[in-house]
Design a protein around this ligand. Structure first.
Ligand code: ADP
Length: 246
């Protein structure tokens, strides 16, 4: 059992039919830091996130959070353990307002009309303050489907932050986002990290990865092949080989 603080895996394996997606992936993320998980398409990053967050059960190996075995636990238990995540294809309720989306993230039936009393008001205040923090408070009463893609991503993140996760997994936060919002996402990650949150970011945008990360783990064929700070990863031959075939 890992005694590492925060998120770690040992020998994680997962195959889909004959396709090996994870091939004994042993990873220790740096707790309290911004970690990036990079690698070519098909290298197992999404499968890794799905195993770690309880979306799919690994065939073998272990997932631990600060020494606690969370392998195969249900997604809500993993959230309860302190790990939140966003999705590559952004999961928001398109016909609900931004405010209701954020509330629904902590209360599945959490439409504002169903909430009562001081606790409910406190939750609404907290939801509004996350919208403000992410710069989308002016959209509180707008349905998610009428928000831009980048705004929807920020909205999804606001929902994740409602459960106050110690560790946040971001699945391609920059994908399809315009450059102005991209800067905001980078700044937010650094700010939230300075306040004590750990991040693990799967991302293809290397400018964002290099500017935001303290520690980079590189996947190839279902397992890590290199790890280190951006300065080291930038010039690692194995990384260049995995990406460029050189
Ligand atoms: P990445 O996120 O790095 O692009 P994935 O985890 O999506 O990698 O995929 C790793 C490998 O597993 C790929 O070969 C992919 O085709 C395969 N794979 C992923 N999910 C499934 C699935 N649900 N069914 C079959 N094959 C899958």
């Amino acid at each position: 059992m890992s005694e590492v603080r925060g998120l770690a895996t040992a020998g994680l394996t997962k195959a889909f039919g004959g396709v090996v997606a994870l091939d004994g992936a042993t990873v220790e993320f740096q707790h309290g830091k911004v970690n990036a998980l990079i690698g070519p398409n098909g290298s197992g990053k999404t499968t890794f996130f799905n195993c770690v967050t309880g979306m799919i059960r690994p065939d073998g190996g272990q997932v631990t959070y600060s020494g606690r075995d969370i392998t195969g636990a249900a997604p809500h238990r993993i959230v309860h353990a302190g790990v939140g995540r966003t999705f590559q294809l952004c999961r928001v309720f398109p016909r609900m307002t931004a405010l209701d989306n954020v509330l629904a993230a902590v209360r599945p039936a959490g439409l504002t009309g169903l909430l009562r009393g001081a606790r409910a008001r406190a939750e609404v205040d907290r939801a509004r303050s996350w919208l403000t923090r992410l710069g989308i408070e002016h959209l509180a009463d707008v349905e998610a489907r009428n928000m831009s893609w980048g705004q929807q991503k920020l909205l999804e993140l606001a929902g994740v932050l409602m459960s106050d996760p110690e560790t946040v997994l971001l699945d391609e936060p920059a994908g399809g986002v315009n450059p102005a919002l991209l800067d905001r996402i980078g700044t937010l990650v650094r700010e939230l990290n300075a306040e004590g949150r750990t991040f693990v970011v799967v991302e293809h945008n290397m400018d964002l990865v290099m500017s935001v990360s303290d520690h980079i783990v590189v996947f190839d064929r279902g397992r890590p092949i290199a790890e280190g700070p951006p300065s080291l990863i930038r010039s690692d031959e194995r990384v260049l080989g995995a990406y460029l075939g050189v």
